[in-house]
Design a protein around this ligand. Sequence first.
Ligand code: ZN
Length: 196
Amino acid sequence: MELEKPLIWFYGVGMGPAVFQAIFPVYILWEEPENKQFIIDLNVGRGIVNQSSPLEEHLRRYLTVETKRRLHQPVFRSTVLHAYRSRCAVCSLAHKELLDAAHIVADRHEGGIASVVNGLALCKIHHAAFDAHILGIRPDMVVEVREDILREVDGPMLRHGIQERHGQPLMVLPGNRAEMPDPGLLDIAYAEFRSA
Ligand SMILES: [Zn+2]
């Protein structure tokens, strides 16, 4: 950023764990370490990305309409919500304003790529419960609730919203196989849930 050097940005396109679209040149304008994100100037990228490339429609729109844009999180969010038809994978809640694009493996980890295969559309409660290891997702995509939480007695949110999801398969998954959660990433997250 300080040297104003051009960079190549490898953007995960959700066609498998190791398929990326190379976008270049891009320049980092500034960073927001507290949000773990960079502001990338894509102005110079205009016209470079092939319209017939597998790059998601959302990113293409950003490239053509926007010049300077906070890309990482918005693209991840829109791609994930689109893949899950704007519904929570755990409970199928369909209110966008209550939904997040959750990372299966947190982005601070090596595997925590901002690709749809590392994403799940989750409502605010299920996102927080997933991150807090109250709720886990098995590699076969069945929801598991932590044992002590299952024994707790409380109101309808705990009972219906969390405990009754135990042992249930995810309610919403992408229609496109290439956008399905990566089994290796689910493995990592599930192992973390079990050891928490
Ligand atoms: Zn939910």
